[in-house]
Design a protein around this ligand. Structure first.
Ligand SMILES: Cc1ncc(C[n+]2csc(CCOP(=O)(O)OP(=O)(O)O)c2C)c(N)n1
Ligand SMILES: [Mg+2]
Length: 331
């Protein structure tokens, strides 16, 4: 079943709500660039994957969620974490392995989680978060609390059996589950269309799940497409599946610098013509919701806030070595 995405509830968003979305996307991007600096200066343990370019999906979806809703995320998950309500200091702290991190420094970039804000975890296993969010949706249904479970996952998870198993259960049990695929057109260094058969939304439609492809570079389009789906899920109307068309501007991971598997022209096309931040910025200016100087000031504030959070996390202590096996539930 195709999902109609023609309604435009974003038209009801006032200037403050739109500016908030812009600020969130700017913050995610600034956070990601700062993480990149930590990594380059060898001030951060482990590896990391940046989501620069993909900010609109996290922000547009999470705009509909509250603390009682749950998300699961991926190895490219800092944006989801922030958009769901996490703080910058414990996020940086977690990435730096500090005691003030969300998992007391023991999870790192790919296992960050925060029950308080309804984030059940990033996941290094492709598709690994999908059954967890589906389980959260089952829990919400049993508890009748109108909560939803949202799994964010990459196009690489489209070929994982666990996606289909989860979709099947969500459909058969009519769960308030939102399957949110970020199709950034590559899984590591492989173009998605070289390894993925069939129209992508068919994976949902095969189970009778309303499914849609959405421009993931337009935060208002993401907001519009998911608005009714989240409401429907809350009201007992069952799951939805979205494939968001998006792009990561940088490499798969930090070591992927030259990106020989794709052309510079392709990268430039996405960056210069489809950038989600520029797009919303221009929309706000055209609508007279803001001015260049106000936007410049916002940019400065965001940079200062991110820098201050990075500094606080850097100055925070590491966990006590005695604690090494505390808060660890699996090995
Ligand atoms: C089950 C599983 N298979 C393979 C890998 C190795 N791996 C890590 S990232 C990645 C690519 C994932 O691509 P995608 O889901 O499109 O996410 P993106 O990196 O594009 O955001 C792969 C194959 C893994 N982590 N888990
Ligand atoms: Mg991908």
């Amino acid at each position: 079943m195709a999902l109609t995405t023609e309604s435009t509830p974003s038209q009801g968003l006032d200037a403050a709500a739109r500016l908030k979305m812009l600020r969130q996307m700017l913050t995610i991007r600034a956070f990601e660039y700062r993480v990149g600096e930590f990594y380059e200066r060898a001030e951060m343990p482990g590896i990391t994957h940046l989501s620069i370019g993909q900010e609109a999906v996290a922000v547009g979806v999470c705009a509909h969620l509250n603390r009682n809703d749950y998300i699961t995320s991926t190895h490219r998950g800092h944006g989801h974490c922030y958009a769901k309500g996490a703080g910058l200091v414990p996020m940086f702290g977690e990435l730096l392995g500090k005691a003030n991190g969300y998992c007391r420094g023991k999870g790192g970039s790919m296992h960050i989680a925060d029950r308080e804000t309804g984030h059940l975890g990033a996941n290094a296993i492709i598709g690994g978060g999908i059954p967890l969010a589906t389980g959260a949706a089952l829990s919400a249904k049993v508890l009748r609390n109108r909560g939803v479970g949202v799994s964010f996952f990459g196009d690489g998870a489209l070929n994982e059996g666990i996606l289909l198993e989860s979709m099947n259960l969500a459909a058969i049990w009519n769960l308030p589950a939102i399957f949110a695929c970020e199709n950034n057109h590559y899984g590591e260094y492989t173009p998605t269309d070289q390894v993925t058969a069939g129209r992508l939304t068919l994976r949902g439609e095969a189970f009778g799940i309303p499914s849609a492809e959405v421009d993931g570079m337009d935060v208002l389009a993401v907001y519009d497409a998911t608005h009714a789906a989240v409401q429907r899920a809350r009201e007992g109307g069952g799951p939805s599946f979205f494939v968001f068309d998006t792009y990561r501007y940088l490499g798969h991971g930090m070591s992927d610098r030259t990106r020989p598997y794709r052309s510079r022209e392709e990268e430039d096309e996405w960056r210069t013509r489809r950038d989600p931040i520029e797009r919303l910025r221009n929309q706000l200016l055209e609508a007279g919701h803001t001015s260049e100087s106000e936007l410049d000031a916002m940019g400065e504030e965001v940079r200062a806030e991110v820098e201050e959070a990075a500094r606080l996390a850097q100055e925070a202590p590491f966990p006590d070595p005695e604690e090494v096996d505390r808060h660890v539930f699996a090995d």
